[in-house]
Each structure stands twice: as structure tokens, then as C-alpha cells.
Ligand binder design. Structure first.
Ligand SMILES: C[S@@+](CC[C@H](N)C(=O)[O-])C[C@H]1O[C@@H](n2cnc3c(N)ncnc32)[C@H](O)[C@@H]1O
Length: 186
């Protein structure tokens, strides 16, 4: 059976501020016209709603492994085509993403790297956290930005992956933004 996430996440900024910090980072950096990949939409879809509010020309591709979060995306898209215009959500196990089905992304968030991968994913030969991160890097242009979340309860695992890729010369660290660690693809 697919290792789906049997839960649904509302916006709880004091517990998990990563998506709100990401919105602030996009605005600070004046990111425009970018294709953005986002790991873990939540049921709140705050990034997409903010893009629609500000009439941003960024595009967002979110993934969720939660049935309810996916349903909230469907409800949102039906209710508000302005959100749906530049926001697509895919229900999946992120560790099964297929290179041939992925476009190129200018910005990639892997805020929940390390949090959910376990033996259930391994049972069907899904990628590891390191392989997932390398796949996303392969789908980014040179200079593309990859962000991880230092407040994640699994940040030790995520940090091990990005540290190794930095040591291998594939990532270059940029200034942190609040709870987010930012890298540039070398
Ligand atoms: C704790 S919630 C955080 C949601 C949002 N980023 C936030 O901070 O409010 C974790 C997110 O990871 C997603 N997720 C968990 N396992 C996943 C998997 N294997 N593939 C894709 N998404 C997954 C969940 O669907 C959920 O959206």
C-alpha cells in the first residue's frame, strides 16, 4: 500500500511557520516568473492563496500525501479559478516522483525532508531522501534555489543530505531566512 499521510495539516504558524516564511522570502527576494515546487501543501494552501492575492506570476506545483489536503485543493480550485490558474497539486508519495513527469523548477522547497520516509516507502523501492534531493536538483537550472526548514523535527536528516551535497559541490549556501536555510544550485 502507498505510504500516504493519514492526517491533514491546518496552518499553525507558531508551530510550523515554514510556509509563511517561504511566502515572506519570495517577496523579499522579489522572485517573479518562477516555477516553484513545494513539498507538503497542508490543507491551508497558504502559499498559493498569497500568490493569487498578490497577482504574482510565479507558478506553484505542490505535492501532498494526504487525502483530505488533496480534497481541500479540489475544493479551492473549484471555488477560485484565480488560485487554480497557477497552482497545481499532485497527490503522491514524493519518494515515487518520476523524472519524466517533472518539469524544471526554479525554486524547490523540501521543508519536510526526512520527516516521512520509513520502511513503508522502502517496501516498494521508493527513493531515499538523498535520491529525492538529487532528483529535484536535476530538475533545476544552475542558480536555482533549494530551501529546507531548520524547524523540522527531522532537520538532522535533512541537514545531513544538504551538507553532503554542499560538500560534493552541488549546492552553495546562501543567507538563511528566518527558519529557512537557502541554497543555490552550483
Ligand atoms: C506537517 S504538514 C506541513 C504542511 C505545510 N508545509 C505547513 O508547514 O503548514 C506535512 C506535509 O507533508 C505532506 N507529506 C507527508 N508525506 C508525504 C509524502 N510521502 N509525499 C508527499 N507529501 C507528503 C503532507 O501531506 C503535508 O502536506
Amino acid at each position: 500500500m502507498l505510504h500516504f499521510w493519514d492526517a491533514s495539516w491546518p496552518l499553525i504558524v507558531d508551530k510550523c511557520p515554514c510556509d509563511v516564511h517561504f511566502v515572506e522570502w519570495l517577496e523579499q527576494e522579489r522572485i517573479a516568473g518562477a516555477a516553484i515546487f513545494h513539498f507538503g501543501t497542508g490543507e491551508h494552501h497558504v502559499i498559493a492563496k498569497r500568490l493569487a492575492e498578490t497577482n504574482s506570476d510565479n507558478r506553484l506545483y505542490g505535492v501532498t500525501a494526504s487525502k483530505n489536503e488533496y480534497q481541500t485543493y479540489i475544493d479551492l480550485a473549484v471555488a477560485d479559478p484565480e488560485v487554480a490558474r497557477r497552482y497545481n497539486v499532485v497527490f503522491c508519495d514524493i519518494y515515487l516522483l518520476d523524472r519524466k513527469l517533472l518539469p524544471v523548477f526554479d525554486v524547490v522547497t523540501l521543508f519536510h525532508l526526512g520527516e516521512f520516509w520509513n520502511e513503508k516507502n522502502a517496501a516498494y523501492g521508493a527513493m531515499t531522501d538523498r535520491q529525492l534531493t538529487e532528483l529535484m536538483l536535476d530538475r533545476m537550472p544552475k542558480g536555482g534555489k533549494l530551501l529546507v526548514y531548520t524547524g523540522s523535527y527531522a532537520f538532522d536528516k535533512a541537514e545531513a543530505v544538504v551538507d553532503a551535497l554542499e560538500a560534493a559541490g552541488r549546492l552553495i549556501r546562501e543567507p538563511d531566512f528566518k527558519t529557512l536555510r537557502v541554497y543555490r544550485k552550483a
